[in-house]
Design a protein around this ligand. Structure first.
Ligand code: SF4
Length: 258
C-alpha cells in the first residue's frame, strides 16, 4: 500500500462507496485501533455518493488557496476522530474547505478548530490545545469528534439530500461508541443532524422536537444532547461565542457524561 509524505495510507480517489476497491483501515486518525470504527472510517473515506460534494471537495483540493499552495490537500471525506471509549461526542456541520478538507482530520488546520481544541484541552478532553495536522500527536481523552456531513460543502451548506445520504455514517458511529452519553452539537445544523441520527438509531425523540439554543439540553434515549454555538469565526470574532461559553458547555458535558 502506498503511503503519503506523512507515512499514512494513500486511498485511491477512484474508490467507490459500493463495489469499488477496499480502502485501507483508517486508524491513521486514531492511534487506538477499533475494528468497528475503522470499518466505518474506511467506508467514509472511500465514499463518492454525493456528486456535487465530490466535485467541490476535489476542486478545492486542486485549486487550493495561496497560503496553502505548497500543501497536498486531502480532498476526500473526513471520518470521525477520537477515543473509541468516548463518553462525549462533539458534532460539527462538515469539514472546512481549507481546514479538514486540506489536512484530512476534522476541525484540523482552521480557526474553528483552534478555538475548539483550546477549549477541549482546558476541559481535559484533548492532550494539546492545537490541532494542526493528522500527525501532530493530538490524542482525545473520552471524546470523539464527527460531523453531520463528511465532505466540505460549497458555502458550508449541504442540501437536505446530502445530509440524509451521509447521516447513516453517524448512526453507525453512535452505535459503535457504546459508552457515549453526551453529544455536543455545534450549531443548529449539527443539532438537527444529531436528533435525526439518534431517532434513526432507535431512540425516541421527545415531542415537540427539542430546539437548538446555546446551552440547550435534551435527553434523548440514554444520551443527552447539548447545544453550543458553532465556533466559526463569525461567532468567535463577534463575541457571540466566547471561550468561557464553550468551556461551560464542554464542562457540563463532562459532568453529564460521568
Ligand atoms: S457527504 Fe457523506 S455521503 Fe456524501 S459523498 Fe461525502 S461522505 Fe459520501
Amino acid at each position: 500500500m502506498d503511503e503519503d509524505r506523512h507515512g499514512f495510507p494513500v486511498i485511491p480517489r477512484e474508490t467507490e462507496r459500493e463495489g469499488g476497491a477496499q480502502a485501507p483501515p483508517s486508524s491513521y486518525a486514531r492511534r487506538v485501533p477499533d475494528p468497528k470504527l475503522d470499518r466505518i472510517a474506511t467506508e467514509i473515506v472511500a465514499c463518492r455518493a454525493c456528486p456535487r460534494l465530490v466535485a467541490w471537495r476535489e476542486q478545492v483540493a486542486r485549486d487550493k488557496v495561496a497560503r496553502f499552495a505548497d500543501e497536498d490537500y486531502w480532498g476526500k471525506p473526513i471520518p470521525g476522530f477520537g477515543d473509541p471509549a468516548a463518553r462525549i461526542m462533539i458534532l460539527g456541520l462538515a469539514p472546512a474547505a481549507h481546514g479538514g478538507n486540506r489536512t484530512g482530520r476534522i476541525f484540523t488546520g482552521d480557526r474553528s478548530g483552534d478555538f475548539l481544541f483550546a477549549s477541549m484541552h482546558r476541559c481535559g478532553l484533548a492532550s494539546q490545545p492545537t490541532s494542526i495536522a493528522r500527525d501532530d500527536g493530538l490524542v482525545l481523552h473520552g471524546a470523539y469528534i464527527a460531523a453531520v456531513n463528511r465532505c466540505a460543502p460549497p458555502g458550508n451548506k449541504p442540501t437536505p439530500d446530502e445530509r440524509d445520504r451521509c447521516l447513516p455514517f453517524l448512526v453507525r458511529e453512535l452505535t459503535a461508541l457504546g459508552r457515549l452519553r453526551v453529544l455536543v452539537a455545534l450549531g443548529a445544523f449539527a443539532w438537527d443532524g444529531a436528533v435525526r441520527a439518534l431517532a434513526a438509531g432507535g431512540d425516541v425523540v421527545p415531542s415537540p422536537k427539542p430546539r437548538f439554543a446555546h446551552a440547550a439540553e435534551a435527553a434523548i434515549g440514554r444520551r443527552t444532547l447539548l447545544g453550543c454555538f458553532h465556533p466559526s469565526q463569525q461567532n468567535t470574532f463577534t463575541g457571540k461565542l466566547t471561550p468561557e461559553m464553550l468551556d461551560a458547555v464542554l464542562r457540563r458535558g463532562v459532568e453529564l457524561a460521568g
